[in-house]
Design a protein around this ligand. Structure first.
Ligand code: PNS
Length: 166
């Protein structure tokens, strides 16, 4: 039987422990997982593509069946080029569901042979998002336990906290 390759796409600005948890879960299900970083997102990222790519690579270094790549354009076109069978996306709460189901169904319309698989992170990571991590960091809060240690370190170097004066 042929090997099953899945793609875990995202902006990863930066990778959180929730993302990492999903990467671990996916790597146990699929023969190979590509963590695919979107390079031409419209939103202005905190970390540039190279920085995000490096963090992803460092965090997944010891995972034998996981690789990191970048893509631009349509996700389904990239997935077809890679011969992938599935796209992995995380669902943390009901609030994620609407956007995710819309994207999954649109991707299925564009490429019917490709399946989107939704995975839930551990409950302890269900409230983590890159957006909140950046906000906490900017306001001088600790992100320990929310992101891998190396990301915590890069965040502290990148962000000069905005401390409101009272
Ligand atoms: O981490 P994010 O920002 O939630 O990831 C969103 C991502 C990268 C998966 C999504 O924006 C995407 O697939 N972009 C590529 C362009 C594309 O295929 N758009 C059509 C989606 S139906």
């Amino acid at each position: 039987m042929s090997e099953i390759l899945a793609i875990y796409p995202g902006s990863f600005d930066p990778i959180t422990n929730g993302h990492f948890d999903l990467i671990q879960r996916s790597s146990r299900i699929f023969d190979h997982l590509i963590v695919a970083l979107l390079t031409n997102a419209e939103k202005q990222p905190l970390f540039n593509v190279e920085e995000r790519f490096t963090m992803l690579q460092e965090v997944t270094r010891d995972m034998e069946n996981v690789s990191v790549d970048t893509f631009s354009g349509l996700l389904v076109d990239y997935a077809v080029r890679k011969n992938a069978r599935a796209i992995v996306r995380g669902i943390r709460a009901f609030s994620d569901y609407e956007y995710e189901i819309q994207m999954a169904l649109m991707n299925r319309k564009l490429q019917p042979k490709l399946e989107t698989i939704f995975l839930m992170p551990a409950e302890s990571y269900a409230y983590i998002s890159s957006r909140l991590v950046k906000e906490i960091s900017k306001r001088g809060g600790s992100v320990k336990g929310l992101v891998p240690p190396l990301v915590e370190e890069r965040l502290s170097k990148k962000i000069v906290p905005i401390i409101d004066e009272v």
